[in-house]
Design a binder for this molecule. Structure first.
Ligand SMILES: Nc1ncnc2c1ncn2[C@@H]1O[C@H](COP(=O)(O)OP(=O)(O)O)[C@@H](O)[C@H]1O
Ligand SMILES: [Mg+2]
Length: 396
């Protein structure tokens, strides 16, 4: 059937029905016929109603959706304009169906670039807000995930920028909008000499204790142990069999924990504003034992600067020597007066998990095809061969 306000297609196992213009008593009947014939023809498992071009829907139109829901089961309604979203909300349909708003479109032309990291570039869009524009490789799901995790941390009282919405960028791709922190990163404070390594270590440990002392609802954020088990499992065939087996046993034996971890805790992801330290970059937020946090920090402060010197030297903005000193001070402070031997033992546990992650991610990114990647994998393998026999638990 050829109708101006209706079209459909099948996309990833979903029947996507596009509605546009005005839908009211004058055309609801013919749209209903078209919708049900599309449904009868389709073998899709889900129905999505795309409202991008829809300006108005009356009760007659909503009744079509009700009948569709009875036949098709759960339906998703996407891309609603603010006006159409209000109609869904006022009628209670927003609770019955999974209704989501259209994304705002914003332009970053002429906006000041205020930072960049591995996943994207950050622009100031007005005096209160920034947008993080993601590299093409980030999927919309991953972007929404980061915003959702940031929101979860925010409501649990973790000091961080308010996450607003996910937007479309006019020149292409997606971004997420956050509160602008009028702040310098810990990396800036160190490289400008405003703070000493000792001060930054103390501030880092205060923040680490806040994060690690925060209890999350089980299952509400990713479980780091399962993630790490995934890395280790994927190293099968790349490590000698006995080492691989021991690595998996060690990770599996780490007790489950519902305490929060940041997952990418380093001086570029911590900002300092009005005397307060604030975390950003929340996409790796998870729950688990602190050994996993320390593994990530070991990689940022020690392994990358050593294995990847030219890149990470400029990445953190401090010399490998300074980042090694920072790491060492953080470990001592966190472990609160523990002796050298204990500190060394904790470092070795963090190294095992850290090199496991590094090796896995290097192989996954095709590292074995480049000379630099092979050198990195070899180095991880050597470290693991040396460390694994020394350790009988990864907890502390
Ligand atoms: N809310 C914010 N306010 C001010 N600056 C920010 C904010 N978020 C990020 N930045 C700046 O942008 C940089 C990159 O952001 P980040 O979220 O860490 O991206 P990536 O995931 O690519 O590492 C940060 O190091 C910081 O300098
Ligand atoms: Mg970052």
């Amino acid at each position: 059937m050829d109708l101006a306000n209706f079209s459909y297609k099948t996309e990833n196992d979903a029947l996507v029905i596009k509605l546009s213009g005005h839908i009211d008593g004058s055309n609801a009947k013919s749209i209903e016929t078209a919708v049900f014939s599309a449904l009868a023809e389709s073998s899709a498992k889900q129905v999505t109603i795309d409202c991008e071009g829809l300006r108005y829907i009356s009760s007659a139109g909503l009744r079509v959706l009700l009948r569709l829901r009875k036949t098709a089961g759960k339906i998703n309604v996407i891309n609603t304009s603010p006006e159409v979203y209000d109609i869904f909300e006022m009628t209670g349909f927003a609770e019955m169906m999974n209704v989501s708003k259209a994304m705002r479109v914003i332009s970053v032309d002429g906006c000041r670039l205020i930072g960049s990291g591995a996943n994207g570039r950050v622009y100031r869009i007005d005096p209160e807000t920034i947008v993080k524009v993601y590299n093409d490789t980030e999927t919309l799901d991953a972007i929404k995930r980061e915003t959702a995790l940031a929101r979860r941390a925010f409501v649990l009282g973790i000091p961080t920028a308010i996450p607003y919405d996910v937007v479309r960028i006019k020149s292409g791709g997606y971004g997420s909008v956050f509160e602008l922190l009028n702040a310098a990163s810990f990396a800036d404070l160190l490289s400008s000499g405003e703070k000493t390594v000792k001060e930054i270590a103390e501030m880092s440990v205060d923040l680490l204790k806040t994060i690690h002392g925060t209890v999350v609802e089980p299952g509400s954020i990713p479980d780091m142990k399962s993630v790490a088990l995934g890395w280790a499992t994927n190293l099968e065939g790349y490590l000698p069999e006995d080492q691989h087996k021991k690595l998996i046993e060690l990770i599996a034996a780490i007790p489950d924990s519902d305490h929060m971890l940041h997952g990418d805790f380093h001086i570029k992801n911590i900002m300092f504003q009005d005397g307060e330290s604030l975390l950003i970059d929340m996409d790796s937020l998870c729950a688990g034992h602190p050994v996993f946090e320390f593994a990530g920090m070991f990689n940022a402060y020690r392994a990358h600067p050593e294995l990847d010197r030219p890149v990470s030297g400029s990445f953190l903005g401090i010399s490998p020597l300074t980042s090694a000193e920072l790491w060492n001070r953080i470990l001592h402070l966190y472990l609160d007066g523990a002796g050298e031997e204990t500190v060394k033992a904790v470092e070795e546990k963090a190294m095992i998990v850290g090199y496991t992650h590094l090796m896995r991610s290097c192989i996954r990114k095709g590292g074995l095809e480049t000379e630099k990647g092979r050198a990195m994998v070899d180095s991880c393998r050597r470290h693991l061969a040396e460390l694994l026999p020394k350790v009988d638990t990864l907890t502390f």
